[in-house]
Ligand binder design. Structure first.
Ligand SMILES: Cc1cc2nc3c(=O)[nH]c(=O)nc-3n(C[C@H](O)[C@H](O)[C@H](O)COP(=O)(O)O)c2cc1C
Ligand SMILES: C=C(O[C@@H]1CC(C(=O)O)=C[C@@H](OP(=O)(O)O)[C@H]1O)C(=O)O
Length: 396
């Protein structure tokens, strides 16, 4: 079973992550993970913290001579900002009482977390509730992405809305993907459509001037997924529920839509379901993919695609009304250094989460202790699909 845990406070010394259940023999190195970490740090609308951090990972265990050993992989990413917070974060001594938080920010974890854990200083909540933790999730996801690459599976993302500004989602196929991703990565808002991207940036600038924040929507896709990942046999084995749960765990993501899920709810069945055809060459195929590549919680061989909807960032430089929890007087919410919009970063985090979920279901189906065993079993399955089901669309 593939599992991971992360630890670390936003302004503490470091983030840590342990991945357990990886096979032996997977090639991985720090540079590969760092490339994904750097993608997460980009995006128009980020605050000053991203100028302080240059996220880089250290692999502390589970990898030797560039390959996984089959034992737990232990990763850390240091917080450069810690040097500015060391006194504040320490248990005692000068500075310990500074930067306490008593005016909970509506939309953040401050108040609910304070009530739950009995913290009077709400910094004790926000330090862990902060999306800083997602840096480690991207590091973990990068290892899973490497595993998927070995099976020729690729993951992409693109931002399709910031506030009210929408962009067409770019159709993606396996061949065009590397070039498309290069262009999307070069966009300051992680969006293929240049005109929409310019409007999105202007929208973020307007929000900044007004002391406001913005959310939006991003799409995540996985290409070259074979039919048969996930299962309808138990609720917790469904690929759609696992993807939705994972993606919803990204801070501020408030809805996950599989394929055309939301629009489909308002249409007739004949306008929604993807008809099935057969061709002597190429075998079974669909001409549409409104289902998002998943039927009955099982991948159907089409591109798996989902959309995630992110709410606006809770910290507002023009703050909303709150209550001081020491005096019970109405006051404006705390203002902490903050992003204005983090949808482009969330898209990269979404890729990492999707990579982790898909690697997990893959290992459940083709699991072995070594990459070689997994590849052999994967190959055998694709041969079966070709022989029995005339399925030839998954390349390996
Ligand atoms: C990449 C990323 C960066 C974020 N940056 C901030 C930020 O700077 N300030 C803030 O208040 N919230 C930020 N958030 C959102 C909060 O972390 C999130 O709203 C909060 O943890 C409460 O969780 P919830 O929105 O899921 O209920 C960010 C989220 C992500 C994914
Ligand atoms: C640190 C990151 O995001 C942070 C997420 C975050 C929050 O409240 O979620 C608040 C901000 O923290 P700070 O006040 O230290 O600037 C963001 O910068 C990161 O993405 O690496």
């Amino acid at each position: 079973m593939l599992r991971f845990l992360t630890a670390g406070e936003s302004h503490g010394p470091a983030l840590g992550g342990i991945i357990d259940g990886l096979p032996a023999g997977l090639e991985i190195n720090e540079d590969y993970i760092n490339r994904q970490l750097s993608r997460r740090q980009k995006g128009h609308g980020r605050g000053k913290r991203m100028a302080i951090e240059t996220d880089t990972v250290k692999i502390l265990s589970g990898v030797r001579h560039g390959k996984t050993l089959g034992s737990p992989v232990f990763l850390i990413v240091e917080n450069r900002d810690y040097s500015n917070w060391q006194q504040i974060m320490s248990a005692s001594g000068p500075g310990t009482g500074e930067r306490q938080v008593f005016r909970p920010r509506p939309g953040h974890a401050d108040l609910a977390g304070g009530m739950k854990y009995g913290h009077e200083d709400l910094r004790n909540v926000l330090e862990r509730a902060s999306a800083r933790e997602t840096a480690m999730r991207v590091a973990v996801g990068a290892v899973c992405r490497r595993l998927l690459e070995e099976l020729n599976i690729m993951i992409y993302s693109q931002v399709v809305a910031i506030g009210q500004v929408r962009a067409e989602s770019m159709p993606v196929d396996h061949e065009s993907l590397p070039q498309l991703m290069e262009k999307i990565d070069a966009s300051p808002v992680h969006c293929y459509d240049e005109e929409a991207a310019a409007a999105m940036m202007a929208e973020i600038d307007t929000a900044r001037v007004r002391g406001e924040s913005l959310g939006g929507c991003f799409e995540i896709g996985a290409l070259n997924i074979p039919p048969g990942l996930g299962s309808y046999t138990q609720w917790d084995r469904r690929l759609d529920s696992r993807l939705a749960g994972g993606l919803m765990s990204i801070p501020a993501v408030k809805a996950v839509e599989v394929g055309d899920g939301v629009a489909a709810a308002g249409r007739f069945g004949s306008q929604v379901h993807d008809q099935i055809y057969y061709e002597a060459e190429g075998g079974i195929r669909r001409s549409t993919n409104r289902a998002g590549g998943i039927e009955g919680g099982v991948s159907n061989g089409e591109t798996v695609w989902v959309r995630c909807y992110m709410k606006p960032i809770p910290t507002l430089y023009n703050p909303l009304t709150s209550v001081n929890i020491r005096t019970w007087q109405e006051e404006q919410a705390q203002v902490e250094r903050s992003d204005i919009c983090a949808v482009p970063a969330a898209a990269v985090i979404g890729e990492a989460v999707a990579a982790w979920v898909i690697a997990g279901v893959l290992l459940e189906k083709f699991g072995g202790d070594t990459m070689q065993e997994i590849k052999t079993s994967y190959k055998r399955y694709l041969e079966y699909l070709r022989r029995v089901w005339k399925w030839e669309r998954t390349s390996f």
